[in-house]
Design a binder for this molecule. Structure first.
Ligand SMILES: O=C(O)C1=N[C@H](C(=O)O)C[C@H](O)C1
Length: 298
């Protein structure tokens, strides 16, 4: 099981490749994951936003986890698996967290309950109950997707729960991390790619970054350079990544990322499940242009 001190470095949220008939594409998954496993990453996140969790069934999550274990074995590489289990229903989140534990998850990623707009007290109680399952929890704060925002007080209360080992900050700003790190906190991982460098400077311990599915080594370099105190080189390296990050989030993640992975031949197609749809021709042209300037180091 992951512990607080393990939440350091780069964790990759994986895409879920699909066939034209909407079935899971195991061949693409094997090809793509084998590549990711060549990097010095600290873990994989299955069934996150990038994995299209809203349209992937739990039975499919089980297959993805099984395949991931097989692919790790084939590649002689073992990294911790974090599984997304958060929903907007406490009972189902508890069930999924129990199942994730049975599947061998080292931690679970639990998003703030979305859509039904619970009160701060309701959110705290949600996490208190899920934390009792006994699988380490990474809290996932992403107000642009959930429609609710944690107050600092709520975030602190949830972070203090036994069983919560850290938080993925996708708030799109520096306020939460500044407040949490002001008096010391459990680890905060960046989940908002454009803020990755700024948050490192503010005390984040690493990231769960969809954009790091491409140019993975450069993200690892940013972390290592920053740790070594070579701030200038870390910033220069991050600056190389910024144009791609901007393009990868101009339309909803993971559509641009899937297009890029397919363009590189790592997965067979950029197929998404509706209501997610492929990127516009305009974004495709801009990504092609960016590729001319910085060929992807996949
Ligand atoms: O799947 C994830 O985990 C991520 N989701 C965020 C989003 O899609 O909004 C982005 C982040 O890079 C990782």
């Amino acid at each position: 099981m992951l512990m607080e001190q393990d939440l350091r470095g780069l964790f990759l949220p994986v895409v879920t490749p699909f066939l034209p008939n909407d079935e899971l594409d195991s061949e693409s998954y094997r090809n793509y994951l084998s590549k990711l496993l060549t990097y010095d990453i600290q873990g994989l996140v299955i069934n996150g936003t990038t994995g299209e969790s809203p349209t992937v069934s739990w039975e499919e999550v089980e297959r993805l986890v099984q395949w991931t274990k097989e692919i790790m074995l084939e590649n002689n590489r073992n990294v911790p698996l974090i599984i997304g289990t958060g929903t907007n229903d406490t009972a189902s989140t508890i069930k999924r967290t129990e199942w994730a534990g049975q599947l061998g998850a080292e931690a679970v990623l639990v998003v703030i309950p979305y859509y039904n707009k619970p009160s701060q007290e309701g959110i705290i109680e949600h996490f208190r109950r899920v934390s009792q399952v006994g699988v380490p929890i990474i809290v996932y704060e992403i107000p642009s997707r959930t429609g609710v925002r944690l107050t600092t007080k709520t975030a602190r209360t949830i972070m203090d729960l036994n069983g919560v080992i850290g938080l993925k900050d996708s708030t799109g700003g520096m306020e939460l991390i500044s407040e949490l790190t002001r008096y010391g906190t459990k680890p905060v991982l960046c989940g908002d790619d454009p803020y990755f460098y700024a948050m490192l400077s503010q005390g984040e311990t690493g990231g769960i970054l969809a954009s790091a599915n491409v140019n993975t080594q450069l993200y690892i370099d940013v972390i290592n350079l920053h740790r070594q105190g070579d701030i200038r080189a870390a910033k220069d390296t991050f600056n190389l990544l910024v144009p791609f990050i901007q393009l990868l989030f101009r339309e909803s993640n993971p559509s641009p990322l899937k297009w890029l992975l397919a363009r590189q031949g790592l997965i067979k197609s950029d197929k998404l499940r509706l209501p997610m749809s492929p990127i516009t021709l305009e974004l495709q042209a801009d990504l092609e242009m960016a590729l001319q300037r910085l060929p992807l180091n996949l």
